[in-house]
Write a protein that binds this ligand. Sequence first.
Ligand SMILES: Cc1ncc(COP(=O)(O)O)c(C=O)c1O
Length: 408
Amino acid sequence: MNSHPHHYSLEPRSAIQSLGASRIREVANAGMGRKDVLPFWFGEPDEVTPETIRLAAKNSIDLGETFYAHNLGLPVLRETIAHYASQLHGATDVNHIAVSSSGVSALMLIAQLLFNPNDRIVAVTPLWPNLIEIPKILGAEVISVPLELNTSSAHPTWELNLDRLLQALTPNTKALFLNSPNNPTGWMISRAEQEILLAHCRKHGIWLIADDVYERLVYSTSTSALSCAPSFLDISERDERVISVNSFSKSWLMTGWRLGWMQIPTELMQGLGKLIEYNTSCAPVFIQRAGVVAIEQGEDIIKRTQTRYTAARNFLCARLSQPFFRDAGLIAPVPQGAMYVFFKIQGLSDSLALCKSLVTEAGLGLAPGSAFGPEGEGAIRWCFANTLENLELGCQRLENFLISKNTK
Ligand SMILES: Cc1ncc(COP(=O)(O)O)c(C=O)c1O
């Protein structure tokens, strides 16, 4: 060993070195500083957070609520969430609810709570990359089970191969990560599939970790007052190996606020409190006050967003299915939830290169399918949380780009 301290390696742990860098960022960097790029790459609404929510945070700051608070969240926010979750998914209480500084932080905390090095985690992919990378930070191994694109009918759909997933969920699997509605595909698990998966996970003691952040962004024709995707919380007991992660980011247009929550077995709560203490100690009080108002007054916001995104989804899917795009090899399944169209382009083998060219040559910002795991290669993700005018402009740019490539 060298005795000079400046000769020691300055590199982070190998698990960190081998983490993937965001390919969406890589595309966005290619368009850095350009004002003319239409940005559909990130999973973000085009609107600022509604005023009532913003006012709640301002009032809290003006009242001087600038101090540390409870590890697990303000009691009033935990109660508000428990009441909301009970309405959606059956009775629960504050002993099962913990607040976190974002959905992604909730997922990291759960990984820290449960995963040991070399644990086997199964994930349904393509998937938002954070869910695949987080277990690796803890030294766990992630096994992917890909969704399949079914093109046998006039309406192509992303589908789960349930048998394949059940086979991957072996007795030595620690946890299943399941995100439905799914980012990037918009696929949504059915109740029947949930029942089979829950029974299987119960049999083998596998933790079922559901990422439910898009549960309110669903596009069924349901007329129920609180439209919501099917959740494992609807069919599970409160104190078994089922965890649901949620966020204020998507339902209430609060991506930049960094506020989320978890519904977990009570037995985990004490350990979680300690972990929050050593990670962030607590979520900021004024952000939590905004969270209370978001839930209490937010149903109108959610309804308006659902209406707006339904129109955007229908428009974009119809447009990308027009003869020009079909002839160019595009297959655009209609998503059942979330806010993305994940379309295939036949013959495409380098979605990252294509997305970079689209930015630099056409001013169109889309996310490469390969950002969501190797199973996503050959596809592109388009976030449709935007105006119909912008979506149309984006389609025109894509069309012109494809024409120019064909004539070269
Ligand atoms: C599937 C999924 N889970 C969780 C999140 C995290 O949301 P946040 O960290 O903003 O609460 C996102 C954000 O894009 C997501 O797509």
